[in-house]
Design a protein around this ligand. Structure first.
Ligand code: 1YM
Length: 647
């Protein structure tokens, strides 16, 4: 068939082109005003803006598949199987509607007012902004009969809309290349960044299928593709979060609540899990509200209300009992709260916090009514929830007692008495001092002798690790090993924690590479992770790395930390060497301990990050937890590590 030009109505052409050029100029002059930034975030937002139009089409019920391809040369391709952007002449503007959408500022979504855009790109400015900020952009529309194409450069029509062929399909495809003159930091798309946002979108819009594929042929990029479609919507999202946290559901199923009012909807998926903290992820118009806001706050407060109301109404708590605190009810909760509303008000430019008060009420009413109903109808689930909150409450009270005890001050001077076992350093400059928490008395003795007592303090932890003690926090607090640590560090714990009171710059856990050592490490890291996470976040926690071997030949020697390293040194020294295996910290003499583990000039230490600590927390839960089955499984899978574990 012959190509056919779709010609604009000429009468309004000049007017339009002035409007177009002014709009383009504004966007290119101040891109930040339209997409937030011209950094990596802004770059990725271009993709979301285009995809949002496809999602709107899906929400309207006309599209069920969206593909996003990352192509070579910084090009993105987005395709959907919707109706296709209208190609007919727009009566107001006298040019094709698709051209209006792509060239006239603020004409995205539904021009002419009415309705609201719920898929919510960052600033809701749409296709024309993406176009203005792209070196070139091509849009292809399939309307079930014909294929139409238009090409723009920096937002200006370069090849006007023309029919290029026939098709039985419908849909829209957009190719674009962000302009490197605008995105001066980078024009390189990050797969994981796109994946995160598109996954969120597919969770929040149940049933929509989004396929992301990295088609770049550049060096060392693995082929990646994710086919995202979640029939369960935000229920699937909760399962996904649990998987990431490696926690199990306590309830049989994820609980789902939803409601709608004239201009707004709220839906919540939640479950109680084996976790000790809570994870609540909230969205407004599908934008992740990182800092929460009225919707999230409404959820938190009403959750505590409902559980208390049910507990008292159904005599799970007696009349004289104290109410369960919000934090106790929240322990272990994993939830997704998603609201959609017209005229969303955000408290910050980045849309991280929702401000609309009416939506807070909608969420509260939803939880108060429907969750109560759920508890009434599912008494077994209600019991699980209340038992978890009561356990949390007991643990919190025990913790409070332990804290009060550890804060008791001696009569003179109001100074806290330091633990008897602590061999403190002379300096009290908390930016220079170090404390070594040492497993075992003999290693402690060597460390005390071997250290530089000006700035190195030693705290030996004596006795065997409490193998079978349960993971409950009250045990962790009352624990005879941890109290001296809390007192020596000086910061207090949990909500009383104050990093400004920290008495040392480096807190070094010094334990052997055997079962007892790894128990101590796991216990301490778990404890820091749960009750003093700021110490980890601010990089104060370290693991000492005592070497495993000394390889010596004559006067030359090397300390090796792994078998491979040992073999390398043996080779380097040309064989015929003396290899000594360090049996453990306790068997090193003070000089050796100083040389290998304490001396800042020679030692190797690992700085602990939150990921390490989280892993320890998980290991701890498995090792010390109440459930025998996962513990048995863990030990089987880690047989070497746990050969003489006493279970
Ligand atoms: C790859 C990007 O933009 N898809 C898309 C956009 C639209 C429609 C369908 C659509 C919407 C409507 C009617 C309507 C848009 N249309 C407009 C406008 N994919 C992509 N798919 N028919 C088709 O909203 O009534 C803006 S976006 F304004 F022209 F209707």
């Amino acid at each position: 068939m012959e190509n056919e030009r779709v010609t604009p109505v000429t009468g309004t052409y000049d007017e339009n082109s002035i409007q177009v050029l002014e709009g383009l100029e504004a966007v290119r002059k101040r891109p930040g005003m339209y997409i937030g930034s011209t950094g990596e975030r802004g770059l990725h937002h271009l993709v979301y803006e285009i995809v949002d139009n496809s999602i709107d089409e899906a929400l309207a019920g006309y599209c069920d598949k969206i593909t996003v391809d990352i192509l070579d040369d910084g090009v993105i391709k987005v395709t959907d199987n919707g109706r296709g952007i209208p190609v007919g002449i727009n009566h107001q503007k006298g040019i094709p509607t698709v051209t209006v959408v792509y060239t006239i500022l603020h004409a995205g979504g539904k021009f002419g007012g009415g309705g609201y855009k719920v898929s919510g790109g960052l600033h809701g400015v749409g296709a024309s902004v993406v176009n203005a900020l792209s070196s070139w952009l091509e849009v292809e529309v399939r309307d079930g009969k014909h294929v139409y194409k238009e090409r723009y450069e920096k937002g200006i029509v370069k090849e006007p809309l023309k029919m290029t062929g026939d098709t039985a399909e419908t849909g829209t495809t957009v190719y674009f290349k962000p302009d490197p003159a605008i995105f001066t930091d980078t024009t390189r798309f990050d797969y994981d960044t796109l994946l995160k946002r598109l996954r969120e979108q597919s969770f929040l819009n149940a049933g929509i299928r989004i396929i992301l594929t990295d088609k770049r042929t550049d060096a060392d990029l693995p082929d990646r593709s994710d086919d995202l479609c979640f029939e369960g919507g935000i229920r699937s999202y909760v399962d996904f979060l649990l998987e990431g946290m490696k926690k199990e559901k306590l309830n049989k199923d994820v609980i789902y609540l939803s409601t709608s009012e004239k201009d707004s909807t709220a839906e919540i998926a939640l479950v109680w899990s084996t976790a000790y903290d809570s994870r609540i992820v909230s969205f407004a118009n599908t934008l992740h509200t990182v800092d929460g806001g009225t919707h999230e706050q409404g959820f938190r407060t009403s959750l505590a209300n409902v559980v208390n109301k049910y507990a008292f109404d159904f005599k799970k708590l007696k009349e004289g009992n104290a109410r369960l605190k919000g934090d106790d009810v929240l322990e272990g909760v994993v939830a997704v709260v998603s609201v959609k509303l017209a005229d969303a008000q955000f408290e910050s430019q980045t849309k991280a916090k929702l401000g609309n008060t009416s939506i807070g009420k909608l969420v509260r009413d939803l939880v108060n009514e429907k969750l109560y109903q759920y508890l009434e109808e599912n008494p077994d689930e209600a019991k699980i929830i209340i038992d978890k909150a009561i356990a949390a409450s007991n643990a919190r009270e025990a913790a409070q007692k332990a804290r009060d005890a550890s804060r008791s001050k001696s009569a003179i001077g109001g100074k806290v008495r330091m633990p008897e076992k602590l061999k403190d350093c002379i300096s009290d400059d908390p930016t220079k001092t170090e404390i070594f928490i040492v497993e075992g008395d003999s290693a402690g003795g060597s460390a005390v002798e071997g250290r530089n007592s000006t700035y190195q303090a030693i705290l030996p932890l004596w006795g065997k690790m409490l193998n079978v003690e349960k993971a409950r926090v009250d045990k962790v607090y009352g624990n005879e090993k941890l109290t001296p640590v809390i007192v020596a560090l000086g910061t207090g714990v949990a909500e009383n924690f104050d990093i400004n009171k920290l008495r040392y710059d480096k807190i070094v856990i010094m334990a052997d590479a055997d079962v007892d050592g790894s128990h101590i490490r796991t216990l301490l890291l778990t404890f820091f992770f749960r009750y003093m996470p700021e110490l980890i976040e601010t990089g104060h926690i370290y693991l000492a790395q005592p070497p495993l071997y000394r390889v010596a030949k004559g006067k030359r020697y090397y300390d090796a930390f792994t078998d491979e390293e040992r073999d390398r040194y043996i080779e380097e020294l040309g064989g015929n060497v003396d290899v000594q295996r360090y049996k453990g910290l306790g068997e090193m003499n003070p000089e050796q301990l100083w040389e290998t583990t304490l001396d800042p000039e020679h030692r190797t230490m690992l700085k602990v990050n939150m990921a390490d600590a989280r892993l320890a927390d998980e290991t701890f839960s498995v090792l010390m937890g109440e459930e025998v089955e996962p513990r048995r499984r863990f030990i089987e899978e880690n047989a070497v590590f746990a050969t003489d574990l006493d279970i």
